[in-house]
Design a protein around this ligand. Structure first.
Ligand code: COI
Length: 362
């Protein structure tokens, strides 16, 4: 890794940075630096470089612009209650990046290079980590194919980059419950497809269904399986949990990872936290019929979505061609909010990290 001297000069003056950090929103503002590394067939990766954040120059024939070999990750850096800055489980993101790369016929980036690049950027741009509740630095590692070529085959050149963006709440209404529309017209992922890869194209293919959900008056789209068109898979780009029963006897159900779902780091962390809190957690198929019946007879008390960007978002209303329903009274449930607080407490260093999840950088 190398850090050229010029890269230390901030792109944005301190007063302007303070103004931007006061109300960062999500994904709109970018820090002073970025990290880049290039891969060439037969040569491998060059040393990652820290440089000033700025535009890329790409030949118009660059393969990513035509055939979409592009994958990404998302993780956050947080101010720690006792001082310093840490990220959360970056190794888990590095491993998933490797799985996404394999599925998209892209080269493997060593996990330690991924983590070191995240560390390099967070350290250089530590003044960009916002403080306060719901505030973090969202770090976006990604890889694109960069060969200038129009033939359809895996490219011979790639670029790995890491950029970062100070972030507030992902959804404009914070943790207010969202309404969802079950998409029966569109499919996110089919067996054998790219559903479990964090591939850019999956997100492009989701946009029309998300637009349809908005046209139906809903905040988010919910995807059901491609084959039987019965089982719930994900909400937008987030995993889902369903809470059956209440109190200490409650059971949490989350759709099993079949290859068509993204294996969320937040999903995995919440399974552990919920089990450690004494709840039964089951990974299995969960149908729209079971969701509706549970909501209607009161046995299903809560539903929430989870992901790095929004952490945990309660689901209040469900709209479907086969009939609408409401989860409990449509408000955020107690288990949803408890798990959310527990996860945020760990991420912000407000409680001891007993699982080796917190990765200290500064
Ligand atoms: C996340 O929750 O981190 C996501 O993947 C959403 C992101 C695409 C903004």
């Amino acid at each position: 890794m190398s850090e050229p001297g010029g890269a230390a000069v901030p792109r944005i003056p301190a007063e302007e940075r303070a103004r931007l950090l006061a109300n960062p929103g999500f994904g709109k503002v970018f820090t002073d630096h970025m990290v880049t590394s290039s891969w060439t067939s037969g040569v491998g990766w060059d040393a990652a470089q820290l440089s000033a954040y700025g535009p890329l120059s790409l030949d118009p024939s660059t393969t990513v612009l035509h055939y979409g070999q592009a994958i990404f990750e998302g993780l956050k850096a947080f101010h720690q209650a006792g001082g310093g800055i840490a990220t959360f489980r970056p190794g888990a993101n590095a491993r998933r990046f490797g799985r996404s790369a394999a599925r998209m016929a892209m080269p493997q980036l060593p996990e330690e290079t991924f983590v070191a690049a995240v560390e390099m950027l967070v350290r250089a741009d530590q003044d960009w980590v916002p403080s306060g509740a719901e505030r973090s630095l969202y770090v976006r590692p990604f890889m694109i194919s960069t060969e200038a070529f129009l033939g359809v085959r895996p490219a011979s050149r790639y670029q790995f980059l890491v950029i970062a963006s100070p972030a507030g709440a992902y959804f404009p209404n914070g943790v207010a419950p969202v309404s969802v529309y079950i998409s029966e017209d569109y499919v996110r992922a089919a067996p054998g497809g790219t559903g479990e890869a964090k591939a850019a194209g999956n997100y492009a293919a989701s946009l029309l269904a998300q637009q349809q959900a908005a046209d139906e008056g809903c905040d988010q789209v919910v995807w059901i399986d491609a084959v039987e068109r019965s089982y719930v898979e994900e909400m937008g780009g987030m995993n889902l949990f369903f809470v059956r029963g209440s109190g200490s006897g409650a059971e949490l159900v989350t759709p099993q990872l079949t290859g068509t779902l993204l294996a969320g780091v937040t999903r995995d962390s919440l399974i552990t936290l919920a089990r450690d809190a004494g709840y039964r957690v089951t990974e299995r198929r969960f149908s729209v019929d079971e969701w509706r019946a549970g909501a209607e007879d009161g046995s299903l008390c809560e539903t929430f979505a989870c992901g790095t960007a929004a952490v945990i978002t309660p689901v209040g209303q469900v709209k479907a061609k086969t009939g609408d329903f409401t989860i409990a009274d449509g408000a955020a449930g107690p288990i949803t909010m408890r798990l959310r607080e527990e996860l945020l407490d760990i991420q912000h260093g407000r409680v001891p990290d007993t699982r080796g999840w917190v990765h200290r950088i500064v």
